[in-house]
Design a protein. Structure first.
Lengths: 80, 680
C-alpha cells in the first residue's frame, strides 16, 4: 500500500488524499498517516507555512488551523 | 520470539518473567497521545525525572500500588516507530529489549488510530507482553468515530482497554487487565503484519547468515527485519559482529532489496488498514458523501476549471451589479456631497487649502474609499469560499491545470497564493530548494492578479465598458494567466528541465459557512483597507496633489505635468495620455493609487462621478490598454520589498521591475493597436 502511494507520488502531479485513498482502496486517514510516515522518512516534505507574511492570502486560515479539518500540503522532495 | 513476518501466528500463552521485585511496566506511544497524563495519574508524587544515560532525553519513572500490588512504571519517550531514526526511538527499543519490562502498554489515540497503530505494529512483533490503551475515547466520540474495543482486541490478538485518561475513565479495567496479564491469566495471540513473499525469502536468507552472531539481548528475527529495513544502528552492529564473508553476503542481499524498507512499512500499513476496518466506523457519512459528490465536479480537470471560471465570473457579476452602483452612489452622493460642502465652507479660504481638501483629500482618497463596496464583495465571496472549503479545490484544480501546461508544481502553489496578495506568494517560494528555480519563480509571481489589482479593474471596467465589463474583466484575468503559463512553461523547460514533482493535498470537508467567521473576516479586511486608504494612499494622493500644484498653483505648469509630459511618449505607445501614464506610475506604492491619482487629476465634482468623467475622456482602445497594463504593471512596493528581502539582491529586484515594465508595455501596446485595428 505504501509502495503504491510512493509510486503515485513519483509519477508527479497534483494529488488529493481522498482520491488517493480511493485508488489505494483505503481511507483518507490512512493515506494521511502514510504521508506523515513518508515525511518522517524524508521522502516528502510538508509545505512550509507562510504565516509570517500572509495577510490577504486566501489560504492563510487553513495554514493556521492544521488540526481543524483545514488544508495540509505535502510535496515530493526535489532532485534539483 | 514471535515470527515477525507471518500473519496471525498463534503464540503460546505469554510466559512472564515476573521479577522477584515489583513488576515493571513501560508506557509507549507516539507524542501527544496522553502517555504523560496517564503516568502522572498513576504515579502522583511517586515519580522522579532524570535523563536517559548519555542522552538529553528526559527519563520519567515512578511507582504505584493497586489492591496491595506495587508496580514500577517508566514513561518512554514519544516515538513513531522502533527504527533508529531518532534518539527517542533508540531509547524506547533499547529499553524494551534490554530492560525487558514485564508489560509494555502502548497508548494509542482513539480519534486517529491510523496514525497511532504503526508503533503497535512494531511492538506486537516483540516477545514482550503488550496491552493497548485506546485513549481519548471522549475525543473520538465527539468526532463521531465509533470504535469497538472488543473487536479491535480480537483483531489485534492483544488486550485493548478503552480509556479517557484526562477524566480517569477506564482505570478500573486498566488495573484489572494489567493484573490479569501479569498473573498469566490473559492469553495473547497477536496477529502480526505481513511482508511481501519475495522479501520474506530474503528475510529468511539474512536470518540464516546472522544466526549465532547477533549480540544479546536482540532477537535474531527482529535484527534480520531491521537490517532489511535499513536500520543504521543495527546495520553497524552486525557489520562489526559478522565474519567478513557473512557480512558481504548480507550486504549484497540488502543492496539487491533496497526497496524492502518500503515493502515492510507497506505491510504494516496494510495491517493497520485491516485493524481499522474491523473496529472503527468513521463519522459523518452524509457529509463525506456530499463532499465526494461535489468534488466529482469541483476537482474534475475540465469541469473544475469551468466552475472556477464561473465563480470568478460570479464575483465580477456581483461586483458590477451590486458593488458598482453602490460605489457610484457613494462617489456621487457622499464624495460629491462632501466636495460641495467643502467648496462652500472653504469659499473664503486660500485657493491651495480648498484645492488640498477638495482635489487632494476628497478627490484622491475619497475615490479610493468608494471602492469599499467592491472590496467588501471580494472579501465576502472569497471568505465564503474559503470557509466552506472551496479554496482548497480551486488551488487543486489550478495546480492540476498548471501541471498539464508543464509548469513545475513547486512553483505553482506559491503562485496560487498570490491571488490574495503577491507578498505571501513570494514568501511561499521558500519551499523551492534550488536557488535559480526559486528566483525565477519569484520573478513571475507578480503575474498572478492580486485583490488590489482586481479591485481597480472592478472599479474601472464598468466605467469604460458598461455591460461588457464582465467579459473584459474575465479576459484580463485570462490574459494574466496566459502570461503566467507562458512564463512558467519556459521556466520549467529551462530551469526544472521537465522534472516531475508532486503536490499532495488534504481536502477539508465542505461545510456550511459560519456567518460570524465571514463577518469577522470582512470586518478585519475592510478595516485594513480603510487604514491603507487613510495612510499610504492619502500620503500618495497628497504628493500627487502637491506635484500638481507646485510651483505656482497652475496645473498646466506643474511638476506633475512636466513629469507626465516627460513620460508621455512611452505612454503613447500604449494609447495612454500623460494622466493615465502618471496614474500607472503612482500605482507602485499601492495599486489603488491609480484610482486616487485619477481622482486628483480629474478633480472631485459634485456634478459628475469620476467614472463618468473617465468614460467621456478616453477611447475604448486606451481604456482597454490601461486595464491591461494595470494588470501586468510592476508589482507594488510591498511586493518589491519582499522580493529584495527574499532574493537578497538588488540585481534580481531591479530585473523583476524591468521585466514587468517590458511585459506590461508590450502587452499594452499590442492590445491598444489591436483594438484600434478592429475599430474599438
Amino acid at each position: 500500500m505504501l509502495e503504491q502511494l510512493v509510486n503515485e507520488i513519483r509519477a508527479g502531479g497534483t494529488l488529493e488524499t481522498g482520491a488517493l485513498a480511493d485508488r489505494l482502496g483505503t481511507t483518507p486517514q490512512l493515506v494521511e498517516a502514510m504521508l506523515e510516515h513518508l515525511q518522517r522518512s524524508g521522502l516528502i516534505q510538508a509545505y512550509v507555512s507562510c504565516s509570517d507574511g500572509c495577510l490577504g492570502c486566501s489560504l492563510q486560515a487553513a495554514w493556521k488551523k492544521p488540526d481543524s479539518g483545514a488544508i495540509r500540503l505535502w510535496q515530493s522532495k526535489s532532485e534539483d | 520470539m514471535s515470527d515477525c513476518h507471518s500473519a496471525s501466528v498463534p503464540l503460546q500463552p505469554v510466559t512472564l518473567r515476573v521479577r522477584e521485585r515489583r513488576p515493571l511496566l513501560a508506557l509507549a506511544g507516539q507524542p501527544n497521545v496522553g502517555k504523560s497524563t496517564l503516568f502522572n495519574f498513576l504515579t502522583g508524587l511517586n515519580q522522579h525525572v532524570g535523563n536517559w544515560p548519555g542522552k538529553t532525553v528526559e527519563r520519567r519513572e515512578g511507582s504505584f500500588s493497586i489492591n496491595g500490588h506495587e508496580y514500577g512504571i517508566v514513561d518512554l519517550p514519544g516515538t513513531y516507530s522502533l527504527t533508529a531514526n531518532s534518539p527517542e526511538e533508540v531509547i524506547t527499543r533499547e529499553f524494551i529489549l534490554r530492560e525487558g519490562p514485564d508489560l509494555v502498554i502502548a497508548i494509542v489515540n482513539a480519534a486517529n488510530l491510523e496514525r497511532s497503530l504503526y508503533l503497535v505494529a512494531e511492538l506486537i512483533s516483540l516477545a514482550t507482553p503488550l496491552a493497548i490503551i485506546l485513549n481519548m475515547m471522549d475525543v473520538a466520540k465527539q468526532e463521531g468515530i465509533s470504535i469497538e474495543p472488543e473487536v479491535l482486541e480480537a483483531a489485534l490478538g492483544v488486550p485493548v482497554i478503552p480509556m479517557t485518561a484526562t477524566r480517569a475513565n477506564g482505570m478500573q479495567a486498566f488495573y484489572q487487565t494489567v493484573q490479569e496479564i501479569l498473573d498469566g491469566r490473559h492469553v495473547s495471540t497477536p496477529r502480526l503484519p505481513e511482508i511481501r513473499a519475495d522479501h520474506r525469502a530474503t528475510l529468511d536468507e539474512i536470518l540464516s547468515h546472522i544466526q549465532g552472531y547477533v549480540p544479546s539481548p536482540y532477537p535474531e528475527s527482529w535484527v534480520a527485519l531491521k537490517l532489511l529495513e535499513g536500520d543504521t544502528e543495527i546495520t553497524r552492529t552486525l557489520q562489526n559482529n559478522l565474519p567478513a564473508e557473512k557480512w558481504e553476503a548480507v550486504y549484497n542481499l540488502l543492496r539487491q532489496h533496497d526497496d524492502a524498507l518500503l515493502a515492510i512499512a507497506s505491510g504494516r500499513y496494510e495491517w493497520i488498514g485491516r485493524m481499522v476496518r474491523a473496529a472503527v466506523v468513521h463519522p459523518k457519512i452524509g457529509q463525506i458523501s456530499l463532499t465526494k459528490q461535489l468534488d466529482r465536479w469541483a476537482v474534475h480537470p475540465l469541469w473544475g476549471l469551468v466552475i472556477l471560471a464561473g465563480i470568478l465570473g460570479l464575483v465580477f457579476w456581483l461586483t458590477f451589479t451590486i458593488g458598482s452602483p453602490v460605489q457610484g452612489w457613494l462617489d456621487a452622493q457622499i464624495v460629491g456631497g462632501l466636495t460641495g460642502i467643502a467648496n462652500q465652507l472653504l469659499a473664503s479660504a486660500p485657493f491651495w487649502v480648498r484645492s488640498l481638501i477638495v482635489d487632494g483629500v476628497l478627490g484622491g482618497v475619497g475615490a479610493v474609499v468608494t471602492f469599499l463596496p467592491i472590496m467588501i464583495i471580494f472579501f465576502a465571496v472569497f471568505g465564503l469560499l474559503e470557509d466552506m472549503g472551496y479554496m482548497a479545490r480551486a488551488a487543486f484544480v489550478m495546480d492540476n491545470f498548471m501541471h498539464m501546461m508543464g509548469l513545475h508544481g513547486k512553483s505553482f502553489l506559491p503562485l496560487f497564493l498570490g491571488f490574495g496578495c503577491n507578498v505571501p506568494s513570494i514568501l511561499g517560494t521558500r519551499v523551492i530548494d534550488s536557488k535559480p528555480a526559486r528566483f525565477l519563480t519569484i520573478l513571475i509571481a507578480p503575474l498572478v492578479p492580486c485583490t488590489a489589482r482586481m479591485a481597480v479593474v472592478a472599479f474601472l471596467a464598468p466605467a469604460f465598458f458598461g455591460s461588457n465589463a464582465l467579459f473584459v474583466s474575465w479576459g484580463l484575468i485570462l490574459l494574466s494567466m496566459i502570461a503566467l503559463v507562458l512564463s512558467g512553461t519556459l521556466l520549467n523547460k529551462i530551469i526544472f528541465k521537465g522534472q516531475r514533482s508532486a503536490f499532495i493535498m488534504e481536502m477539508p470537508l465542505y461545510h456550511v459557512p459560519n456567518s460570524r467567521t465571514i463577518g469577522l473576516l470582512i470586518w478585519q479586511r475592510s478595516l485594513s483597507f480603510l487604514k491603507k486608504a487613510g495612510t499610504n494612499i492619502l500620503a500618495m494622493a497628497l504628493v500627487i496633489w502637491a506635484l500638481s500644484m507646485l510651483p505656482n498653483g497652475d496645473l498646466n505648469q506643474s511638476y506633475l505635468v512636466q513629469f507626465g509630459k516627460w513620460v508621455e511618449p512611452v505612454g503613447r505607445w500604449m494609447g495612454l495620455d500623460w494622466r493615465l501614464t502618471v496614474a500607472l506610475i503612482t500605482s507602485f506604492p499601492a495599486k489603488e493609487n491609480a484610482v486616487a491619482t485619477l481622482g486628483v487629476l480629474f478633480g472631485s465634482s459634485p456634478d459628475a462621478a469620476l467614472t463618468q468623467t473617465l468614460t467621456s475622456t478616453f477611447s475604448t482602445a486606451s481604456a482597454l490598454s490601461f486595464l491591461v497594463v494595470t494588470m501586468l504593471f510592476i508589482p507594488c512596493m510591498a511586493t518589491v520589498a519582499v522580493i529584495r528581502q527574499e532574493t537578497n539582491s538588488w540585481g534580481w529586484t531591479l530585473l523583476n521591475i524591468a521585466l514587468f515594465l517590458v511585459i506590461s508595455i508590450a502587452a499594452g501596446a499590442g492590445v491598444y493597436h489591436l483594438a484600434l485595428a478592429i475599430g474599438l
